[in-house]
Write a protein that binds this ligand. Structure first.
Ligand SMILES: [Zn+2]
Ligand SMILES: [Zn+2]
Length: 185
């Protein structure tokens, strides 16, 4: 990206005046910035995200080292990324597997591609956004594995295992998803 280097903001939450301009048009282009812990990898999301969910499965607990992950589904074409990343393949409950992409320097898990997912869609680890308040889980899934001390919100749908996108996602997001199902990179 010429002359448009994705500089890390000075604070993680983008509260300083210099960062406000990036976020003042919420959900318009560019929608959000993010990056890894060391700053080597920076990215922008340039199209409206499709859906954000919290996953409580044990794979997500392990790869975050925490209680659950927050994932934001976007079109692959809407990710502009720079810096060096490395991918590997890990198993999923479905057996299909997925490819997480990490910063080659600090190992931050930035985004991933589920093999079973729509070809043109990827998932951003929402905790890598500069302003993590930009997204909020619209569903909690695989809650049968949820840690017992964790209290779930009552204002969003909760699923013991997986869920039906068509039922749960906003209509516009699901339409976009169906466009992406057979879209190759
Ligand atoms: Zn890094
Ligand atoms: Zn999970």
């Amino acid at each position: 990206m010429n002359g448009d280097r994705l500089e890390p903001p000075r604070t993680r939450n983008g509260k300083q005046a210099s960062d406000r301009s990036v976020f003042k048009h919420r959900w318009s282009r560019p929608i959000a910035g993010g990056g890894c812990a060391c700053g080597q990898v920076r990215y922008k999301i340039v199209g409206e995200p499709l859906f954000t969910y919290a996953c409580h499965c044990t794979d997500c607990q392990r790869t975050t080292g925490s209680a659950f992950v927050i994932h934001t589904v976007i079109a692959k074409d809407d990710l502009e990324i720079e810096g060096e990343t490395k991918a590997t393949t890990l198993p999923t409950g479905s057996g299909a597997g997925y490819d997480p992409h990490f910063c080659t320097n600090c190992g931050t898990f930035i985004w991933c591609k589920y093999h079973i997912s729509a070809k043109g869609a990827i998932v951003i680890r929402s905790g890598t956004l500069d302003d993590t308040t930009l997204v909020k889980p619209q569903a909690h899934i695989f809650t049968r594995y949820k840690l017992p001390w964790m209290t779930l919100p009552t204002d969003v749908p909760v699923f013991e295992e997986y869920y039906d996108r068509q039922e749960v996602w906003p209509e516009k997001s699901f339409e976009k998803w169906t466009e992406l199902v057979n879209k190759n990179d």
